[in-house]
Every structure is written in C-alpha cells, then in structure tokens.
Design a protein around this ligand. Structure first.
Ligand code: CU
Length: 613
C-alpha cells in the first residue's frame, strides 16, 4: 500500500463481463484508481469506477428464448471486487425500456441514503436513456454482500455479488483458502421482461396468483435436471486436498433455499458481510437477501459432485403450488479418472421442501466471531422498544374489480400495509414536503391476540393502508421483536431486511413471544450480525441495533411477494449534533419523480425529464 501511495499509480483494469450474448461489447470497464491522497482513517482507500449498462438481451432457459434485463450482458451481473474500506462509483446507464434503481445490499452507506437505491424510499427510478451514478461507500463490511435492482421485481435478473476482501496487510480470520468461487442462487420467471407488468396486473386486482418462479438457478443456470440445460451446467474445477472459499449469494426472489454439496461438509465462516464463528454443516438454509461465506475442503475421491439448491417451502404443508426444480452445479476434481458415472448427488444431506427442523437447527447455530479483532457491539440498554407483527392480510375491494370479490390480498407490519408514495420519502423528509408520509408508525400492533393461533377471526386480518414512518433520534438503542402471525392461515418465514444497518439477532423462537421469559435467554455475547434474517413461520425474532446512521432507511420482507403486498416500513434516523453525525446533502442530480408506477410500466414512454417535483 505504501508503495502504491508513493507512486500514485493509476491503473486501468478492463474486465470483460461473462457475456451471455454473442455481441462482443466490452461494456464492463472497471477502473481502479490507486490514489494515495484519499485516506480513510489511517488507511489509504482505493477508489473504483464501474460502468453498469442495463439492457435487454435474449437468453435460452428450459428450451425457451426469453428476453431479460441484465447488466453488462451478463446474468448474473458482474462481481464488484474490492477491499474493506474502499469506495466505489457505479455509473448506471439505463438502456432498458423501464425505470430502474439499484441497491447495494449490506452496504451501510454511512450518512448517505441518497445512494441506497430503493424506489420511492430514497429515490425515483432512473428513466430509460439516462444514467445515474451511485456512490458505494464501504466501511465496516467484509466478506460477501451483493447488489440488485430495487424497483418492482427487476432484481430477478439484475443482480450480482460484491466481494469485500480484507484490507491490505490484514487477512481472513481463518486460513486463507487455496481458491474461491462466487455462487449466486437465483430464480427464473418465464415472464422475462414482462414480469413487472404481470405482477402489477395481478396486484391491481388483489389476486393471490402473482407470478411464481418456474425454477431456481445457480449462477444463472438450471443445471442438469431441467431440459435443454445440461450443456450449460456450471462446473467448478478443483484440486484434490485444497480448501475453497465459496461466496454464496441468495438472489432468489421469493423463497428460502436449502443448499448442499454431495459428500462434502461445509464450514460457514461469514454471513452478510461479517465473520461468524465457524460452524460445520452438511447443508445451508439461506434466505432471500442473505449471503454466506463457506469453506469446502476437497478431501473426497477425485470425481464429480453436485452442489444442489432446492426450495425450503415455508407455507402450510398442503401447499404444493411451487417449483420443485432442484438447481445444480458440479464440483469437478481435476485429474485422470473415468467420467462415465454421473456426479454424486447430496441425497442424504439436502433437506426436503418442508423440513422446518432442519432450517431451525441451522439458524440456531449462527454466532458472531466475537474476538478482539472482530468485536460485537450489541446494545445492552435499550431506549426504543418495538414489537412488530408481520402478517398476510386482506383489504376491502374498492370496486367490483377484485379477484376475490370483496377483498384484496395484502401484507402488513403492525397491521399497516405499506403504500408507495409518488415522491420518495427521503426527498420529502429532506425538503419538508408534506403529505408524502406520516411519522406515526406504531411501536406495537393495534391489537394483541394469539398471533400464532389457528382459525383466527378474519376481522383481525383487515389491515389499514399507509405510508407510515418510524422516526428515531440519533444514537438511540433499538430492540425490535418481529412476531409472525397466522392470520389467513398464512404464516410463513419473513426474511426481514434493513437498509443502512446490520443488526444483531439476540433471540429467536417459535410461537408467541413472551416478554418476561424470552428476554432471559437473549444472546448478548456473540449474536450473529446480519442485514437480513427470517422471522420463522409462526415464530419471532428479536433484534438490536444502535441508530447511528442518520438518514431514511427501508425495512422490508425480502420475499418480494410480501414486499409488494405491503410488508414494509421506513425508519428515519434524525441527525446528531455534528456534521459527522448528520445526513449528507443530496448529490447535484437525483432522478426526477415524474412517472407513476402504472405509467412507467404501461404508459407511453412519457418521462418529462425536465420537470422536477
Ligand atoms: Cu415475508
């Protein structure tokens, strides 16, 4: 690093994206500027510049040509590879037909929600034919995180990994691996670029039949068990007797997944951009939005071994209307041996679709590393306590257009079903625009009842609609218990994701939370630090964090079906007393809020780019 600093060397690295199109554009140009004069604390930080070009391409999956929107002609999109504390500028060129935004999932973006990305929360969509530059400011994150689109369900094809290596001169808290691979789990929708329109049409009539994935993918491919797919099954070539770091991202849109590798144990060493105590497992349960760093030692007879991912279906047992497709890739040992036998499959270790106990036993093992070098700072004293129910709900049908007659399907937090405003909450907060949101998100649900009981009265399931925000003072210490409910017999896992923060999982259980006995068992010593964690089906999870990142931050279920139905809310964390504890001002340009959601998807391309709000 010293040498770099002295030389003030400027290098240009050209990375060609892993193109799925025959076109040979090199859209993806990453320029790393090693600038000695940019300093983060005592450390020099490297500044990286990426160009992300979004455009529609045709790909073939399951024997069918489908048009999808991707970044740099690549599906999944390019990996951003940096060191802890680096700064990244990503210039997004929207060459698609619809507005998009991008989110940097797991990046805290200190004091800068302007670059966080969720549409209608911190910005409006980047109109087609324009560009917008995000500042991705890496500070505490280390390990694997990711990026994805954050408007409607565009993220199904617009996503990629962010690899954050240790700083120059420091190393991993485990023996450095002999090699590493990025593994992105994804969902496939036959609708392709029509997905958002199909979604909006079903949503507008309150229908439960919103689009469902037709299958699951590993690095953009179905693998061997789907027709027309075995030629493109991902292969990871390995040497015998080595240890590999697998950086796993769940970009899956609507479900938790089980993941296993035939005949190989895995050691989980990191999650959501933070290191964990190593745990040795034969399978993972990974939720949408989560990332995991795992070590795999190639200690088996040279051969081929499937890694396989299949759905963890958390709906009621009788629910079978989901894709049973198992996504596969192959770990192939190098060397001379016969390839005539098929690869081994993790038949004994990949849990079955509804294996709740397998999921629970995995999540209960997770712990922060909690060493001197990687300490935990879980708040002991809580100044703000919230108890938030996560439910599926019904809303009255405003006219006779609804699929279910007099009601529409919805979802809520504390019985409020989130409604997107037409101007983003951040802009409304910063510019004091009234009528965009209300600052009255409640700390408790309107009624206490047996949340996880069966046959709950349907009157309890009626939600209200709102754009309700919780306002926190700077540096408050917050505890939230998220309680799943069984309203509409609809208890499921809800992987809750917080923008702008990671939080500690201090408690986790099934049934109704007991505020006298359950806190006694809280883990305040080495709780896992995450940005996404599931409220178990008919269960609860207790989290803590310190509100030390001023700004406007989204909280939502990362199952997009639930997010679209309204399982969302927003935190505003007010400024502290100093500039360093206050939100930064907006950049000179933010995309204008001019197109309604309907116009954006169905209207003419009438983006009046000159007007602002
Ligand atoms: Cu959910």
């Amino acid at each position: 690093m010293e040498r770099d600093r002295e030389k003030k060397k400027r290098t240009i690295i050209r990375n060609m994206a892993n193109s799925t199109s025959p076109a040979s554009y090199i859209y993806f140009v990453a320029i790393s500027l090693f600038l000695g004069n940019l300093v983060l604390g005592a450390q020099a930080r490297t500044v990286h510049y990426y160009d992300f070009v979004l455009r529609e391409i045709n790909v073939t999956r399951n024997c069918t040509i489908t048009t999808i929107l991707v970044v740099n002609d690549s599906f999944p999109g390019p990996t951003i590879r940096v060191q802890k504390g680096d700064l990244v500028y990503v210039k997004v060129h929207n060459q698609g037909l619809y507005g998009v935004t991008l989110h940097w999932h797991g990046v805290k973006q200190p004091r800068n929600p302007w670059s966080d990305g969720p549409e209608y929360i911190t910005q409006c969509a980047i109109p087609p034919g324009t560009n917008f530059t995000y500042e991705v400011n890496l500070t505490e994150e280390e390990g694997t995180i990711w990026w994805h689109a954050h408007n409607e369900w565009t993220r199904s094809t617009v996503h990629g990994a962010i690899v954050v290596l240790p700083r120059e001169g420091s190393s991993f808290p485990f023996p450095t691996a002999d090699g590493e691979h990025v593994i992105v789990l994804g969902s496939w929708y036959n609708e392709g670029t029509s997905l958002n329109k199909a979604l909006e049409m079903e949503m507008s009539i309150g229908s439960p039949n919103i689009p469902r994935a037709t299958g699951y993918l590993i690095n953009g491919q179905y693998g061997d068990f789907v027709p027309c797919s075995n030629e493109t099954t991902p292969h990871f070539f390995v040497d015998y007797g080595k240890t590999y770091l697998l950086r796993i991202v769940s970009a899956v849109v609507g479900t938790e997944m089980f993941f296993s590798i035939a005949d190989h144990n895995m050691t989980v060493v990191g999650m959501d951009g933070a290191y964990t105590k190593p745990i040795v497992v034969s399978y993972l349960m990974i939720e949408p939005g989560q990332t995991m760093d795992i070590l795999v030692t190639t200690n088996q007879s040279p051969g081929r071994y499937y890694m396989a991912a299949q759905r963890f279906a958390t709906e009621y047992l009788a629910f079978t209307k989901f894709s049973h497709v198992v996504a596969t890739a192959i770990i192939q040992y190098k060397g001379n041996y016969s390839l005539t036998s098929p690869p081994s499959f993790p038949i004994d270790t990949l849990p079955f679709y509804h294996d709740y106990s397998a999921a629970a036993s995995f999540t209960h093992q997770l712990r922060s590393l909690a060493t001197e070098e990687y300490p935990v700072d879980v708040p002991y004293n809580v100044t703000t306590r919230m108890f938030i129910t996560a439910s599926l709900n019904s809303l009255p049908c405003p006219d006779d257009s609804c699929y279910m007659g007099d009601s529409k399907l919805a979802a809520s937090l504390n019985n409020i079903s989130w409604k997107d405003p037409s101007v983003d909450v951040l802009q409304a907060y910063y510019r004091n625009i009234s009528g965009v949101y209300t600052a009255d998100f409640p700390d408790f649900p309107p009624e206490m009842f047996n949340f996880t009981g069966d046959d709950l009265p349907s009157s309890l399931a009626e939600a209200s609609v709102g754009t309700a925000v919780k306002v926190l003072n700077y540096n408050e210490t917050v505890e939230i218990v998220f309680q799943g409910t069984n309203l509409l017999e609809g208890s499921e896992y809800h992987p809750m994701h917080m923008h702008g923060y990671s939080f500690y999982i201090v408690g986790l259980g099934s049934g109704n939370f007991n505020n006298e006995t359950d806190p006694l068992a809280y883990n305040l010593v080495d709780p896992p630090k995450v940005n996404t964690f599931g409220v178990p089906r008919s269960g609860w999870v207790a989290i803590r964090f310190r509100a030390d990142n001023p700004g406007v931050w989204f909280w939502h279920c990362h199952i997009d079906r639930h997010m679209s139905w309204g399982m969302d809310y927003v935190f505003i964390v007010k400024n502290g007393d100093t500039e360093e504890t206050s939100m930064r001002p907006p950049p000179p340009y933010m995309p204008p809020c001019v197109a309604s959601k309907k116009d954006k998807l169905f209207g003419e391309q009438d983006w009046n780019l000159k007007s602002d709000i």
